[in-house]
Write a protein of this length. Structure first.
Length: 217
């Protein structure tokens, strides 16, 4: 489930903060600071996770963004970032927050799949293929982003390969994913002769299963 991915990433970034190097200031031996590249690297990953797991409208995200904007690397500023992050983690782990955008996305994908299934049942194979493949590609990209993978300018095959190599999909889903890019390319390039009804049905079934296992809270 997608919440399991979030929870694991919260744990990873909590541990990663302990490795952020604090150094003594040359101006004052009592002051500690962190080089911009070091704290910004951690903060960027933390901000991305809070946004994905809880949403941009949450106070956790807004406070974290404000803390980043005010951070110059001094220890109290970097520790403020950590404090806001841990607040988000505690509320997420306790089940007190959820990402409305992610829930809505799952519902939208579900609507696409329902339309695709209806179109296929009515004999409109090509329409069903386009709807199902569009939902497939979008939900794979969204899930890859949550897993911390870069999807910008990536083909669907590259995204599939990254998900597989990172261990983010397994079992039957991993096997079925191998066939999806070919079907997607034929559908979105209107190469209808290369797509049969059983293949469209397989895409619809895969997206339904993927939504249940990855986009359920």
């Amino acid at each position: 489930m997608i919440n399991d991915v979030f929870a694991r990433r919260f744990q990873e970034l909590t541990a990663a903060f302990d490795k952020v190097p604090f150094e003594r200031s040359r101006a004052s031996s009592d002051d500690l600071y962190v080089k911009r590249g070091d704290w910004m690297r951690w903060a960027t990953s933390a901000q991305s996770l809070i946004r994905a797991a809880i949403g941009e409208d949450s106070p956790h995200y807004r406070n974290f963004v404000a803390a980043v904007e005010n951070c110059n690397g001094w220890d109290h500023e970097v520790l403020t970032l950590r404090g806001v992050f841990l607040s988000a983690k505690d509320d997420f782990d306790g089940g007190y927050v959820f990402n409305v955008d992610l829930t809505v996305s799952g519902e939208v994908f579900g609507d696409f799949v329902a339309l695709a299934r209806q179109s296929l049942a009515e004999g409109h194979k090509d329409v069903a293929a386009v709807l199902a493949c569009a939902a497939l590609e979008d939900c794979l990209k969204r899930y890859a982003n949550v897993c911390g993978l870069n999807t910008q300018d990536k083909t669907m095959q590259e995204i599939v390969n990254a998900l597989k190599s990172g261990g983010h999909v397994g079992g039957a889903q991993k096997t079925l994913l191998d066939t999806m890019p070919k079907i997607r390319n034929s559908a979105l390039h209107a190469d209808w002769a290369k797509i049969a009804e059983p293949e469209v049905a397989s895409v619809i079934g895969f997206v339904e299963s993927f939504l249940l296992t990855k986009f359920s809270p």
